[in-house]
Design a protein around this ligand. Sequence first.
Ligand code: ZN
Length: 127
Amino acid sequence: MGQQSQQQQLHWEGETPALPVGYCESCEEHMFPIRDFCPSCFSEDLSTRTVTEGRLETYSSIHIPKEGFPKPYTIGFVRITDDDIRLFSYITDPTDECEVGQTVYVQAESFGEYEETWAFGQEETNV
Ligand SMILES: [Zn+2]
């Protein structure tokens, strides 16, 4: 999954950036990105839920960034649902301020060639 598809997935709940997540009404599994049918049970009985926060499970620092990214920047895996969806994401906080297990919130970020995409960070964006 490239940055291009990330950009399409940012969703606003009023002032709060969020990520739309698919939910299967049949087997109760979440999926991200949203699909036309459930990858676990092939049901088409899906609904959409939105996620605004997750838990940082692991993170690392990138010292040789792509053009337009801050240097160094932080990347990490964020678990967004209890049934185990983990997203590989840009983390807006410096690595030395991150902690495994902390709550991180969906952020709307612009960097590099991407105008508005999602990331996660400690700053709570609910208004
Ligand atoms: Zn299912």
